[in-house]
Write a protein that binds this ligand. Sequence first.
Ligand code: GLU
Length: 632
Amino acid sequence: MSLRRTRSIRAAAVVAAGATALAGALVGTAQADPRYSTKTPTSKGFGGAVTSVDPEASRIGIEVLKRGGNAVDAAVATAAALGVTEPYSAGIGGGGYFVFYDADTEKVRTIDGRETAPKAIDQDAFIDPESPTGEPYNFFPERVTSGVSIGVPGTLATWEKALDEWGSYSLRKALKPATKLARRGFVVDETFQQQTIENQERFEAYTTTPELFLPGGEAPEPGSIFRNRDLARTYQQIAKQGTDYFYEGRLAREIVAVVQDPPKSPTTDLPVPPGEMTLEDLDDYKALLQKPTKSDYRGYEIFGMAPSSSGGTTVGESLNIVEQSIGKDAAEITALHHYLEASALAFADRAAYLGDPAFVDVPVEDLLSDKFARERACEIDPDEAATKPVDSQDVDDYDGKCDPGDPGADADVDTEGLSTTNLTVTDKWGNVVEYTLTIEQTGGSGLLVPDRGFLLNNELTDFSAEFDRDDPNRIEGGKRPRSSMSPTIVLDDGEPFLALGTPGGSTIITTVSQILFNRIDLGMTIEEALAAPRASQRNTETVTAEPAFISEHGAALGALGHEFTESAEIGAATAIEFGKDGLLTAVAEPVRRGGGAALVVSKSRPDKNGHKDDDHDDRKNDHKDDDDHDDD
Ligand code: GLU
């Protein structure tokens, strides 16, 4: 769900008031603790950077970098902190995709940490047994609020894999700052309150979830402190016993118990169907190392997430089609027209071909080839928008020439949520992490693992609800549902140029493409590219667009046949651009979701001995007493 994230204005005062108080003191108001709530949409500097939607999480990442951790250590620590402050968007009950540029090998690697369907899941798992015509449950709130929507979580396995492969911290050490954050709490903002209120019916469908998120039956007030001691204990136990505790041990048993027999409230009207997850499903879970997708766009190399995400192929294909159909110097409206049309074509192919490659043969090379893009570009009429949905292109029958391709599968019906979170990190060695993580809907399945402080995902609702043998995203046991998450790293001449990502369901793909298009084709700075009004054409009759986009371009694009549906805001991106001589521009949203926190390690260039002539910013004296990062 797209919510305006308006962090409490009191937050700035909190930092000042709390700067001298003891960390972890048992107090009930925001004024007494050294919490960090300052929004920073852009920071320029050197020696490393972290950007996320949340100031506490970004600060934790920066501290890891300042203490010698690398980008992977900082990314895991930041993600664990987002599990505390953004519990409705991400956490160990969910999954995600981790993209890493390794400065040593100069290669981009990825981890697929997508949730997986239990082996015993039924192909009709989402069909409502009460429906006389065999219809699926409504997507929201019925289908998402269930045990049956819960996939085997991949987040913890992703953190472990990333640290094992490329990190320098142990998981124990990386979890420590977030453990402390969970214990001392964060300042509730209006978005958190609003998200809680919007989930009230779903949370109250269970006997357990309200205890944590609706204390006294109400959503927490902005300005109050939200502590999650259960999550602190869970992180601590994982730190001590390792991920086996989650995938094989006591916590595995607790997860399976609530998925198979959700603690349904006697007063709820929601059906809350149980799931089929077993201990064996958890034990078998693997975060997968895999090659990224790669496409070239106007001389840049774009690395993205391969299937099971549709992100890498769809971002790559739409930009390839743009490249094949117009030059970089096209007039703005012409460029936008081609961009929107290219996006619709790429989404048609996404619906036809994208699924878990362990189950379906995904023609990644075709979808990302210039020849395929050339053939697709032929379908763009420069003077008139096509009627949507457009057809997909047969990957076995194309020659890059302008003749009509075979019509393919129908367009997708998109029911993905608009939750999720994203972070971007780089370190002083030049390593880069782009990481998107989620529990799917805001609030996931709504099911809290009792006394554990985290929600379980509803990621399996990303499968098509009804089984169709020809659908690459049909529901199957052991399969990963198709994602849109698109963490992306762009290289220029083999060197990092840009890293970016965003939440937003299938608008993730268009937001990432549009930021790249804004930056590369329209010549905006990265700050402008990220802040610019967004439009999302996902092969639907109308273009979903922010009001400012419609007022700026609606009339001119309307004359070409584009129609618009307004959406208050699309996505909540983060990005880092790599400039000359080590200059980093870290960017978060200035307005969407109330703005994010982009921080750098140092605002000044290190001298040749590696010393800096300032601390990283005006928060110099904060957190002196923090022992967040004590070594093990
Ligand atoms: N479930 C979505 C996906 O994997 C992400 C959720 C969202 O961003 O809303 O694409």
